[in-house]
Design a protein around this ligand. Structure first.
Ligand SMILES: Cc1cc2nc3c(=O)[nH]c(=O)nc-3n(C[C@H](O)[C@H](O)[C@H](O)COP(=O)(O)OP(=O)(O)OC[C@H]3O[C@@H](n4cnc5c(N)ncnc54)[C@H](O)[C@@H]3O)c2cc1C
Length: 237
């Protein structure tokens, strides 16, 4: 197993950094120990590429390279200095305190990030394109998170689309683009989901190597989806 970071666990490390989710680390410990018990060699700090993999002459390759936060280039100002991602906030890579913050996306990641921002004295506005908060998430997780968010008076703008970002704030539209609102914020936090990281599949297939993508490298999902699709791929080899 090749892992480019210093530690195993991928995005579960980010998930476990969310409020009240530290026990998710158990999943990393459990699976890492299971691999070690089975004599699987884990090489961390090694970024795999197609040539390196070809040299190993594998009969099959399972690509579990995961996902990366969505950062739509179509939104003007998306690369501004005041734009950060939810994982950066959750992992403490950026320290935002006592500021006005817009969180873009109200999925569970957006809600967990809002909780952390609230705890750090920020005033948060959540912008969500859909008509409901965390529409795809299990309602108990949403209720649990919302019970901690509500006391802070976080504003949720539903059915509202982020159009533009600049240093002084964001421009959003609602009512099918008929209503425009400018919201002054200091920071914009993107929580718009992840897109698959999977350049390797095409490159390996071009070399005639049997390769299959699993987990978020195939499509963004959950730990359950990732481990199930990986199990299925392994059983088919
Ligand atoms: C904030 C947040 C909260 C979440 N909360 C939950 C939750 O509560 N419950 C849940 O079920 N899911 C949750 N998820 C989703 C879950 O973390 C992912 O679905 C899951 O981690 C996907 O697993 P994966 O193995 O497919 O990919 P990842 O976890 O992304 O792992 C991919 C790994 O591949 C490595 N890699 C990439 N390219 C290379 C390369 N070329 N060479 C070597 N290594 C490489 C990466 O460094 C990484 O370690 C959350 C996600 C986020 C971002």
């Amino acid at each position: 197993m090749l892992e480019k970071e210093k530690n195993e666990g991928g995005q579960v490390n980010i998930a476990a950094a969310g409020p009240h989710k530290a026990k998710l680390h158990w999943a990393i410990e459990d699976l890492t120990n299971e691999c070690k018990l089975q004599g699987i060699k884990i090489k961390t700090g090694v970024e795999a590429n197609a040539d390196m993999i070809a040299e190993l002459k594998p009969d099959a390759v399972i690509i579990a390279t995961g996902g990366t936060p969505i950062r739509p280039k179509s939104i003007k100002g998306i690369d501004s200095k005041n734009v950060v991602t939810a994982p950066e906030v959750l992992l403490g890579k950026v320290d935002i305190k006592n500021s006005r913050v817009a969180v873009i996306g109200s999925g569970l990641t957006g809600l967990e990030t809002t909780e952390k921002l609230n705890e750090n004295g920020n005033t948060v506005t959540v912008v969500e394109m859909a008509k409901e908060i965390a529409g795809n998430a299990w309602f108990q997780f949403v209720d649990d998170s919302m019970s901690r968010i509500k006391p802070y008076g976080t504003v949720f703008l539903l059915d509202t689309k982020l159009e533009e970002i600049d240093e002084s704030g964001i421009t959003v539209t609602s009512d099918k683009g008929r209503k425009t609102q400018i919201i002054p914020v200091d920071f914009v936090v993107l929580a718009m989901g992840v897109r698959p990281v999977n350049g390797l599949e095409k490159e390996l297939k071009a070399k005639g190597i049997n390769a299959v993508a699993v987990g978020d490298a195939s499509h963004g999902g959950t730990i359950g989806n990732a481990t199930q699709s990986a199990f299925k791929a392994a059983m088919e080899i």
